[in-house]
Design a protein around this ligand. Structure first.
Ligand code: NAD
Length: 511
């Protein structure tokens, strides 16, 4: 494979380029004939194909990672840290190149792609601080002449499986911390936009990462199952939809692995009557339609107290009329959806809304577009008075569809949010500090914003939801990320001195 085979192109090509696996520091075709399409969603055309790994291809990647592990584990902290710093510098200097790949395969607009990379870069910077997070603890003289201390050591070969919606950021949530702490990695990115992962692996090699430490295999369930069942793989970090997260958690734990499986979401934004409604309307539009709603932290349900709901809906719809949907390379606000099939599924919820008695305020099914006519377009959509029994409210639509649910007051809104099966993110908009404080205590959601619509924690806090938004007890990145990728060892030591000796069969006690 040449560099151009993973470089972005403006549209379809006469002969299909192939996105290959990256195993042991080099492109690898593997032995599988199965491939899948990679679209340019803004053009509606297949621009390249991606190799789908067989079980044997995954085995080859795991074996490469296993071979690389002993030397990488034993590399000094100073050496690993220097490579992390070089990776950070290279990535920071080439963000536009990566953003072009994201826009080309995912469709998100350039500014959003750069934002995604910036949030991934934060985690690389956190990984550079690995020595401070993994240095362990020491208690001197716990008993006469005896010291106890703890070490954090890497797990070995770890697996990462990522979704389509953040092709760079989600892999970057995991592999920098895994690698900085001495593990070796097999990453299976989404088959829908696979090139970013290979680009990152190649860049890491340029930064000095030894071959085999970071491997990328592409594919579908066959590749995922091979990772979940492989006896050498010690842990699985998964991000994707809830049904698949449940499957990953059940299968990988049954195979004895440590698992963090982040699932889907349905994020509510509660707007109280004393809120700044302009701020709330800006926030609802930004968080509802950024990345065409294909974000796990998107706001998909505005929960408005009835007394201000009409005014809020009118402010939101006025702002929506100013949004430009189109090709992400042209400075638009919002790009296309990932596939035609997904676009049609999202559009189908407008029919459901009509049948369920909701009122469609803005219909995005036939948007004016600044882009090619065949792109997978769906414009911003606003649906008011959505019944909570409707699939429009219950399902994770994962598109530019914002629902408004009206409630009587705070208690009603809180009850609604806490009844949701999901608990990824939520926000409250209010100028009442007491109400905000109650909300942060009472809401059963893992990440909470107070007058902040997308409360994605910075890299040195950890990311993750509650309930059906996270399976396993370890959140991503931050302190929990370092914990996940290391195992603790406690050492009790005594160096002999003249006072030692004597037999004592009792359980050790301290004196
Ligand atoms: P997805 O669940 O379809 O796919 C995620 C990964 O699982 C991909 O690598 C895919 O190849 C693999 N996969 C798909 N079907 C599989 C199967 N049957 N068996 C084994 N593996 C399978 O998710 P997606 O559509 O790529 O991404 C969107 C979803 O991810 C949304 O639900 C979104 O909320 C969620 N997400 C969650 C977070 C979070 O932090 N909680 C972040 C980003 C995305």
């Amino acid at each position: 494979m040449t560099d151009t085979q993973t470089a972005p192109s403006a549209g379809g090509t006469a002969t299909a380029e192939m996105v290959e696996h990256w195993i042991d520091g080099a492109p690898a075709s593997g032995d599988s004939e199965r491939t899948g399409p990679v679209y340019n969603p803004a053009h509606g055309v297949e621009q390249r194909r991606v190799r789908f790994a067989s079980t044997e291809d995954v085995d080859a990647a795991v074996e490469a990672a296993a071979r690389a592990f002993p030397a990488w584990r034993d590399a000094s902290i100073a050496k690993r840290q220097q490579i992390m710093f070089r990776f950070r510098e290279l990535l920071a200097s080439r963000t536009e190149e990566l953003a072009a790949i994201l826009t080309s395969e995912h469709g998100k607009v350039t500014a959003d792609a750069l934002g995604e990379i910036a949030r991934g870069l934060e985690v690389v910077e956190l990984a550079c601080a690995m020595p401070a997070y993994t240095k362990g603890e020491y208690s001197e003289n716990v008993s006469t002449g005896i010291d106890v201390y703890s070490l954090r050591q890497p797990l070995g070969v770890v697996g990462i499986i990522s979704p389509f919606n953040f092709p760079a950021m989600v892999p970057l949530w995991f592999f920098p911390l895994a690698i900085a702490t001495g593990n070796t990695v097999v990453l299976k990115p989404s088959e829908k936009d696979p090139s970013a992962s290979v680009w990152l692996a190649r860049l890491f090699q340029e930064a000095g990462l030894p071959d085999g430490v970071l491997n990328v295999v592409h594919g579908d369930k066959v590749a995922v199952d091979a990772l979940l069942e492989h006896p050498t793989v010690r842990s699985i970090s998964f991000v994707g939809s809830t049904p698949i997260a449940q499957y990953i958690y059940a299968t990988a734990t049954a195979n004895g692995k440590r698992v963090q499986a982040l699932g889907g979401a349905k994020n509510h934004m509660l707007v109280l009557p004393d809120a700044d409604l302009d701020l709330a309307a800006d926030a609802a539009v930004n968080a509802g339609f950024g990345s065409a709603g294909e974000r796990c932290m998107a706001i998909s349900a505005v929960v408005a107290v009835d007394s201000i709901a009409d005014e809020l809906v009118s402010k939101i719809s006025e702002r929506m009329s100013r949004l430009v949907t189109g090709d992400g390379t042209r400075g638009c606000d919002m790009g296309p959806l990932i596939t035609r099939e997904h676009r049609d599924k999202v559009a189908g919820y407008l029919d459901v809304a009509g049948e369920d008695g909701a009122s469609v305020v803005v219909d995005g099914r036939d948007p004016d577009v600044d882009g090619e006519p065949d792109g997978f377009w769906m414009g911003p959509t606003l649906i008011d008075r959505v019944p909570t029994s409707s699939a429009v409210y219950r399902d994770e639509i994962f598109g530019p569809v914002l629902s408004v649910v009206r409630v009587d007051g705070y208690e009603d809104g809180l009850e609604l949010i806490n009844a949701s099966r999901y608990g990824n993110g939520t926000a409250i908009f209010t100028n009442d500090g007491g109400a905000a404080r109650r909300f942060q205590r009472e809401v059963t959601v893992g990440m909470v914003g107070i007058n902040v619509p997308i409360p994605v924690p910075v890299a040195y806090h950890s990311f993750g939801g509650w309930k059906d938004s996270l399976f396993g007890d370890a959140k991503a990145y931050g302190p929990r990320g370092f914990d996940f990728f290391t195992q603790e060892k406690a050492i009790t030591s005594r160096w002999l001195d003249p006072s030692h000796g004597g037999l004592n069969l009792g359980f050790p006690q301290h004196d």
